[in-house]
Write a protein that binds this ligand. Structure first.
Ligand SMILES: NC(=O)c1ccc[n+]([C@@H]2O[C@H](COP(=O)([O-])OP(=O)(O)OC[C@H]3O[C@@H](n4cnc5c(N)ncnc54)[C@H](OP(=O)(O)O)[C@@H]3O)[C@@H](O)[C@H]2O)c1
Length: 244
């Protein structure tokens, strides 16, 4: 299968690509980003780096150039990780955050869904939108912490699920609602850890969430929303099965 990883230079995407290189069912990986993506470090003994192709898109807010569309054609699945994260909110104008977190994802989904998919015409495109544990779909319920941002991410979740629902089976969508993601190389600072514990944000390792999303794209979607606890469980299972 051909997998697109959008936001390919990011923290989670890098781990998704690292693992995908060692999964035989994934035969081609398009690393889509505004900067070139290189082969991740610490790939396993079964990794096949020839599967990876870095594709650059300078502006995710405009019509994709034909050259990029050509590279994305035939994809079976996409894991969308592009976002402005909470730590970047203070330095990012709100209109830009809205564009990146919501509009880029919708445009990406619409563009990829409309591209030709030779030989797999009957299989739906599997699209995972990475979101957050506290993203709120009900626009009348503004969370106490990061209220506007949580509503924005929730709105994006709803729009993506709605698009899939109206696609007559052409698209399946799934929302990955992650808690705090860390890795042995990127541990969470103590103060931040304490804050997240107080607000009840669950935790997950980057290896677990990456494996859980890859399990979905390879095996098929069992649900349209993956909660943090589901991803910890499924991720650990998939990591063990595939020795990732
Ligand atoms: N990390 C966590 O603890 C956590 C927790 C819950 C949910 N999430 C969600 O998981 C997803 C991935 O998070 P992450 O930690 O991997 O984030 P990240 O490392 O900041 O990666 C975000 C990606 O988005 C890209 N991006 C940002 N602005 C862009 C723009 N204007 N045009 C094109 N690309 C742009 C970045 O590109 P550059 O590399 O070029 O900047 C990067 O590839 C996000 O949706 C995030 O909200 C993360």
């Amino acid at each position: 299968m051909k997998l697109i990883v959008a936001g390919s230079t990011g923290f989670v995407a890098t781990e998704v690509i690292r693992q995908a290189l060692s999964i035989p069912a994934i035969t081609s990986i398009v690393a889509l980003g505004r900067r070139p993506a290189s082969e991740p470090q610490n790939t396993g003994p079964n990794a096949d780096p020839t599967k990876l192709k870095s594709v650059i898109l300078e502006d995710f807010g405009s019509e994709y150039p034909e050259s990029v569309k050509k590279e994305l054609s035939g994809a079976d699945a996409c894991i969308w990780t592009i976002a402005i994260t909470p730590s970047q909110l203070k330095t990012t104008p709100w209109e830009h955050t809205v564009k990146v977190c919501r509009d880029f994802a919708i445009r990406g989904l619409e563009t990829i869904a409309q591209l030709p998919r030779d030989g797999t015409a009957k299989k739906p495109l599997r699209f995972i939108y990475m979101s957050g544990n506290n993203a709120e779909r009900d626009q009348t319920k503004k969370p106490m912490i990061l209220g506007e941002y949580c509503l924005l991410r929730g709105e994006a979740e709803s729009l993506i699920l709605e698009y899939a629902k109206k696609s007559n089976g052409a698209v399946e969508a799934c929302i990955a609602k992650a808690g705090l993601i860390s890795s042995p190389e990127k541990p969470t600072p103590m103060l931040q850890k304490a804050f997240f514990a107080v607000i009840g944000l669950p935790k997950i390792q980057v290896s677990e969430i990456s494996a859980a999303m890859l399990r979905q794209v390879v095996n098929g979607f069992e649900t349209d929303t993956l909660l943090n606890a589901d991803m910890v469980r499924d991720g650990q299972k998939f990591l063990a099965e595939h020795k990732l």
